[in-house]
Design a protein around this ligand. Sequence first.
Ligand code: G6P
Length: 603
Amino acid sequence: MCGIVGYVGPQKAEEVLLSGLTRLEYRGYDSAGVAILTPGGLRLIRRVGKIANLVEAVREAGITGNLGIGHTRWATHGLPTEDNAHPHCDCTERIALVHNGIIENHRELREELALRGHRFRSQTDTEVLVHLVEEHYQGDLVEAVRQAVARAVGAYAIAVIHADHPTVLVAARQGSPLVAAVLPQEAFLASDVPALLPYARRFCFLEDGEVAQLRPGELRVWDRQGRPKQPVFREVPWDPLSAEKAGFRHFMEKEIHEQPRAIADTLRSELSTPWEEGLSGLDLSEIEHVYLVACGTSYHAAMVAEYLWEPLLRLPVTAEIASEFRYKTPALGRRTLVVAISQSGETIDTLVAVRQAKESGAQVIGVVNVVGSAIAREAHAVLYTRAGLEIGVAATKTFTAQIAALALLGLWLARARGLLGEAELRAAKEELSRAPRLVEEVLKLEPKIEGWAQKFYTYPNFLYLGRGVLYPLALEGALKLKEISYIHAEGYAAGEMKHGPIALIHEAMPVVVLYSAQELPHKVIANMQEVRARRGILLVLADAQDPEVQELADHLLLLPPSSRMLLPFTFTPALQLFAYHVARLKGTDVDQPRNLAKTVTVE
Ligand code: G6P
């Protein structure tokens, strides 16, 4: 939700900011702006719409400087207008500020500041922050920012510049991510690593409560109490090339095709950094309940794990939507294991669930893609998916990488609990290692899947049905379609269809059925009969030849056969490709669908 960039150094600040914002556009993209310190003072340029509009405006204005901040917005308070776009300025127009997060007490602060004579120009919660900095400024920008944020309740990552300090960029974070990078003569700041990949490989991930000052070649950090801290830098092994489309039409298409490698790297990571070491601090033998907590696509990965783990671990395993879990006050304790799954490692609902679980004494493992992200830092142990950078807002390769990591973790936990022998573990891992190859085989079916998309992209509604582990995959298939094509699609447990969705079936209703010999095939055939009897259109993905299925299906896609554990790796890529081609044919913005953001750092 919103992306921030800051720069100070010899390069043209506007170029670094605009390239960073373009790379952060997945965080929000309803308006954007920059503030640059020019010889004539602070210059602010803001535009509604995509970054491309801003790029054009900055070029036309011809402004340049060596210090600046930029922002791409995903509106929370106030419409996406130019006045509400960041940066925001104080009354003197000498201080500019960008913000990601939500200031919960903005109304009280606004009233108080207005009474003291401050003039507000936007409807945002953010603007109070810049007036607070103005209020506390007495020549020391770091001190003014510290005092300002001390008054704010809520979540923020901010970057602030002042016309009197041409080589200083000040930042602060509480609940929203910020990374800093320093080179000998320059310094960079951003919400997320991708913005800075063309410039740096070593990053300092700021912690909650910290205030930082960046100057060319220097980063200084203070904690909430104003005590200096030694910044810690970490290497991020991502290649800037992975942020390019490499010949594909969209990042999503590229990322779908990167799945064999993402899965293989994730499975391999267990060998390079043995999990025994990572998990050694945990006491897993006495666990009585496992919660898998996540949002969005990661929640569907959690549901897959629920189906895979329960028979393996012989324990209650529950997948929970993080934003619900937080408020359910579940009974947690030392004998509860909470596994938090998050691509970004920054989704606020999942992060707060992690914190609550820790406070209640539960043991917490994070399954995260972004190295050094908040969940990775705060969980007791972290397992990284090695999917690499994912740019498309709709998650694809990180989903199958999560499932690979979770399948492995399930086996590992079963072994740790003495429920799986060494030989069985080895055999199961061997089987899992077939996943990348299976995905490759499914990707070869793309022309046929594209043909389906051509036939159906104009239909307004879709129903997706599956049972067992195919049920969360049906949910994910429907989610992918609605996210990027804006077609209404619903995923349902096939056995539940008769309790509601069956009322929707008629001759123009496509029903995507996930059929496997591994998951109640006869029951699913009965569900197909029910659809057929009401003249629904059956699009069947099947991993086994069956004459009855062949006869019932209006359209049949034959997937390679596999085991129950491997079903996510055959069905998922086919569903992703279908959604992708439907969206492409509809001409939607596949990589940045309307109203969505890749990383949701607001509740
Ligand atoms: C957003 C994204 C989804 C993602 C979800 C959870 O809604 O658009 O693609 O699945 O957040 O994100 P996380 O980073 O926690 O996996």
